[in-house]
Design a protein around this ligand. Sequence first.
Ligand code: ADP
Ligand code: ZN
Length: 436
Amino acid sequence: MAATSFFHPQYEALGRSELEALQMERLRETLRQCMNSPFYRKRFEDSRISPQDIRSLDDIVKIPFTTKQDLREHYPFGLCTVPLSEVVRLHSSSGTTGTPTVILHTKRDLEQWADAVARCLYMVGLRPGDVFQNTSGYGMFTGGLGFQYGAERLGLLTVPAAAGNTKRQIKFITDFGTTAIHAIPSYAGRLYEVMEEMGIDPRRDTKLKTLVIGAEPHSEEQRRRIEEMLGVKAYNSFGMSEMCGPGVAFECLEQNGLHIWEDYYIVEIVDPVTLEPVPDGEVGELVLTTINREAMPLLRYRTRDLTRILSGECPCGRHHKRLDRMKGRSDDMMILKGVNIFPIQIETILMQFPELGNEYLITLTNKDANDRMTVEVELREFSDDYPKLQALTKEITRQLKDEILVTPEVRLVPKGSIPTGEGKAVRVKDLRKTLI
Ligand code: ADP
Ligand code: ZN
């Protein structure tokens, strides 16, 4: 194995026992810090624990969970542990699932965050000399400034292109010799489609080699498609504003799961119903404790994201645990005729058909008290070969039924007929009425 180089060898190369010792030291410091927040002081009093009761990492289970609801109820500054005069930045979540929440940062928090992002970008092979174009929305959305400061920290020529205006985006790619892009997966497909329309071949006409894709669930099949279309390697990037933003967990060159930076976070996977830890390797809800943050540390934060910890050593030499790609959020789960279904299961099937484009929409209705699912999916190219389209529809339906155990109605629609926005893709419309 070629020697791996690290951005932060002092943290990235730590063995398990050193890493855990560092976690314990940082957890102690974090607990002390939390006592400055009325919210956590009360939490500790109510549950009759004190920071001294946490003597080992295993004791973390004694600490109550923190939820998105807690952040909303104490919006905006209720969980702050430093005087507001030390807070230099405020971000909020995209609000995909309700009222946004606010996260506060001190100067040190921002530096540490930029370091984490720089570490991720270095891990996927980016170096000074690379041109990094960020297609995230800037502003409150953390994908903008988060990648901006991280990429600058690493020394990349960073292009804050921001979201939208795809033709301009492509002009930047060709004019500036962009080598790496950060995009949400649904937008990566859009970029390719517009390049095709403009007669640009990404392999021939651009210097693109690396894509960082994240912020929304996507399947392995979608990743492979993006790689194939754009002629790049695409790395999965996971983050959320409550944990700063991007830079929480990231794939290395091996593309075999996302290393979560355990010098920043303590990771647990729990059963979303019983809240008990699940055995290693089983899917459950990701729970994170920040151990490297000043303004707003979060203890045992329930992310609502579903994943599992992958076992085994990673050949890259990092011992930071690896998370499997996200299955979705617990709120994304559709229950149809008593069966639990995630949109990603449907995407995995659809993306295996080369005749299909990148966009799809799942609609749930319950006419006649019967749950129904319609899957509209775009064709990659126009076709009026009806017998062939019919056979294709039949085959997609069959494979979906095998996967999700209910029979959806599959509709093949022309390219461009499924609306796309600038933000995260909306894959499911639940129009079911409550029947009383
Ligand atoms: P919001 O919760 O309003 O969407 P954020 O922008 O903070 O706000 O989004 C964080 C969420 O995005 C995560 O909790 C997760 O559900 C999703 N997410 C982020 N990165 C990924 C990824 N690589 N794969 C799947 N889901 C992701
Ligand atoms: Zn690795």
